[in-house]
Design a binder for this molecule. Structure first.
Ligand code: ATR
Length: 287
């Protein structure tokens, strides 16, 4: 990378950030498309957010990603929000247009872009989404804009699922999409819904340890026609994904979502297409 006096600066704010793929992903991509830019991590907690945003404006940092725990807090510094960011009240990408900040949430868009990349078309599909935390919220919000048939949200804490439905329902009704919520403890209903759905998404942290044998539902309920998505990417192949693969299911992996949320951020910042295949190979060692 050839840094000059006119190199544009991009960054990542949040804490912790040391595990993030974003700096290596974006720096490789800038280089590949000849964008005179670089991307750095800035470990930032809530107390430092206001000063950081001010400093970024002063120094004309062109754009940044926002991760935990700042995704909701960052909203109040945005001058404009994309529809899905507005819907969930959280952002992960900021574009700085001469001091005017526009916030986006590309996690959900990234999730569905990865699905389409793997030839799963969400149109008219019935989706079971397990979880109601940050990741689940982004996916749920974007699903409203993907012409799906029905979204069934399961969560361990039922009232968080209900709250998510309440936030999305007005827009969902406008788009003719049904949302139903269930407690994860309702295993009989979960079995029935999994058997009748097209896509089942684990958007909880269950399975997120190197040798985790944890699994969010009984994999015997899967048939080869069911597509399985797991947002967990450490380990790269979760127990759920292994069980699903052994039953002939198509898999949408967590790393794919990471790749595609970055691809959209890159496009919003630079106006250029993210070199997806190159980054898959260079960063994720995939063809
Ligand atoms: P993220 O931003 O990664 O989504 P989060 O906001 O902490 O993280 O959300 C974690 C999700 O995993 C929640 O849906 C959580 O369920 P609760 O709302 O009931 O806490 C879910 N989760 C975490 N551990 C779980 C477990 N052992 N069983 C079932 N769900 C679990």
């Amino acid at each position: 990378m050839n840094l000059t006096a006119t190199t544009d600066l991009y960054g990542l704010i949040g804490t912790p950030i040391s595990h993030s793929f974003s700096p290596s992903m974006h720096n490789k991509a800038f280089e590949k498309v000849n964008e005179n830019a670089c991307y750095l991590g800035f470990d930032t907690n809530i107390d430092k957010l206001e000063a950081t945003v001010q400093a970024f404006k002063t120094l004309n940092v062109k754009g940044w990603n926002v991760t935990m725990p700042l995704k909701s807090e960052m909203i109040k510094y945005c001058d404009e929000l994309s529809p899905e960011a507005e819907l969930i009240g959280a952002v992960n990408t900021i574009v700085n247009q001469n001091g005017k900040l526009k916030g986006y949430s590309t996690d959900g868009i990234g999730f569905f872009a990865n699905a389409k990349d793997k030839e799963f078309n969400p149109e008219n599909k019935t989706i079971v989404l397990i979880g109601a935390g940050g990741a689940a919220r982004s996916i749920a919000a974007q699903s409203i804009f993907e012409n799906i048939n029905e979204l069934i949200i399961y969560n361990r804490t039922f009232k968080k699922a209900q709250q998510l439905k309440d936030e999305l329902n007005e827009e969902a009704l406008k788009q003719n999409i049904k949302i139903r919520v269930e407690a994860l403890s309702n295993q009989k209903q979960l079995e029935k819904d999994i058997k009748e759905s097209d896509l089942v998404i684990n958007a909880t942290s269950v399975g997120m340890r190197p040798d985790s044998e944890e699994i969010i539902f009984n994999p015997d309920w899967l048939s080869p026609e069911t597509v399985i998505a797991d947002i967990v990417y450490t380990p790269v192949k979760t127990k759920l994904e292994k069980e699903a693969l052994s039953r002939g299911c198509k898999i949408l992996d967590g790393l794919g979502m990471v790749l595609w949320q970055g691809a959209y951020a890159f496009k919003y910042w630079t106006g250029k297409e993210f070199p997806v295949d190159y980054i898959k190979k260079e960063i994720f060692n995939k063809e």
